[in-house]
Design a protein around this ligand. Structure first.
Ligand SMILES: *Cc1c(COP(=O)(O)O)cnc(C)c1O
Length: 395
């Protein structure tokens, strides 16, 4: 699965520009527009910048999103510079005093608070800002998951003991800490898992809304926002089957009708940008070992860590290169399963295992798809000191 524009660029790049990351920004624009259109107009769409914070990606998303979710002072400063006009929400565990100060100084007015300690610190710092608008707070709560609810999730971050968010009982204990401070409790945040189907995500969203309403009723509060997180599934084994945003949007519409006065917000990362990027490289060597074919590619998991981190086969397309100028026979795999590895001296440097190919030869190019999120920016670039890839953003 590669767009014609990305395939043309991947095939046309001079060999000394490989490996390369190629991003189709027009495809990203279409994808983000379709997601925005599938969601009810009242639902706010934030992009979780950690999925891929490249400025070109943030700027391509800007017309379609309400704002950006950032999870560190570094991301915050970076996003403010790349897209100065859109709001940011500052989430993530372990925020330091310096990061909170930076966020307030840069005008951040929405924080996802992860603990009582963080709330106390933020309250102190917000009180030091005389004359400024109050700071909006969502309490990130680790709600218990129903039986089997997060079973399909690739990465559960809640619903069980964990470092993320507040235990529901401790969230109640936070309420008195907000009184008389320059903090305004706006609502509840819950990002319980990554890799949820639309049905599972809606179940979680409904439960977050119920829990928020009950909390508000118990304490006579008015809560106006809930953020039901990101984690919309991206299925690397089925690149052509994306998250069903239309049925998800319809479910959110029902939820909004059942909860008048409550603004719903989502903050996907992967499902927005995974599909717009390709890691393109070439076959350097090809050998058979104990009866199995191995293709050794220029680059590897130090550029594209996603398959190593998630233990999957990164989907790919072979881009044949017919020219062969060496005076010896061209090594090839024909109609057989091939394991695609990189240049690192470790068996973990595997991008795809025993995937059947019709033909793969030394010198052919390979474009790994679904490399637009959690790819380059989560990789251990310096291990073995191979050169960095080149980057190409196609408008
Ligand atoms: C990582 C993260 C997201 C985005 O998750 P995706 O799986 O990329 O959609 C959203 N919110 C929070 C709090 C996160 O940590």
């Amino acid at each position: 699965m590669i767009t014609p524009r990305a395939a043309a660029r991947a095939a046309g790049l001079p060999a000394d520009e490989l490996p390369a990351y190629v991003y189709d920004l027009a495809a990203l624009d279409d994808h983000a527009r379709a997601i925005r259109a599938a969601l009810p107009g009242s639902v706010e769409l934030y992009y979780a910048a950690k999925a891929n914070p490249a400025p070109e990606i943030l700027q391509a998303l800007a017309p379609h999103v309400t704002g950006f979710e950032v999870s560190s002072g570094g991301e915050l400063a970076h996003v403010r510079k790349a897209v100065p006009t859109l709001p940011v929400a500052f989430g993530g565990p372990g925020k330091t005093e310096a990061e909170l100060r930076l966020a307030l100084r840069l005008g951040t007015r929405r924080f996802h608070v992860e603990s009582e300690g963080e709330l106390r610190l933020l309250a102190e710092l917000a009180d030091e800002q005389p004359g400024d608008a109050p700071v909006d707070v969502l309490l990130r709560v680790n709600l218990p998951a129903g039986d089997d609810e997060l079973d399909g999730a690739a990465l559960a971050m809640g619903g069980r003991p964990g470092p993320f968010g507040l235990d529901p009982r401790r969230a109640e204990a936070c309420l008195p800490l907000l009184r008389g401070r320059r903090l305004r409790l706006r609502g509840i945040h819950a990002h319980l898992a990554s890799g949820l189907s639309e049905g599972a995500h809606l179940v979680v969203a409904a439960r977050v809304a119920d829990w928020a309403r009950e909390l508000a009723d118990r304490h006579g509060l008015t809560l106006t926002e809930i953020n039901v997180g990101g984690g919309m599934a991206v299925d690397y084994t089925r690149p052509a089957v994306p998250f069903d945003w239309n049925s998800y949007g319809a479910g959110l519409r029902d939820l909004a009708v059942r909860n008048p006065g409550l603004t719903l917000r989502v903050e996907p990362g992967r499902a927005l940008t995974a599909y717009c990027g390709w890691y393109v490289t070439e076959v350097l060597d090809l050998k058979h070992s104990h009866g199995e074919a191995f293709a050794i590619l220029r680059g590897g998991t130090h550029h594209l860590r996603t398959p190593a981190a998630k233990q999957h086969d990164q989907p790919f397309t072979v881009l044949p290169v017919d020219a062969w100028e060496r005076p010896w026979p061209r090594p090839a795999a024909l109609d057989e399963p091939v394991t695609l590895v990189g240049q690192l001296c470790t068996p973990k440097d595997t991008l795809a295992r025993r995937v059947p190919v019709a033909e793969l030869r030394v010198g052919d190019r390979v474009a790994f798809s679904m490399a637009g999120a959690y790819a380059w920016n989560i990789s251990h670039h310096d291990f073995l000191m191979h050169p960095a890839p080149t980057f190409h953003f196609l408008d």
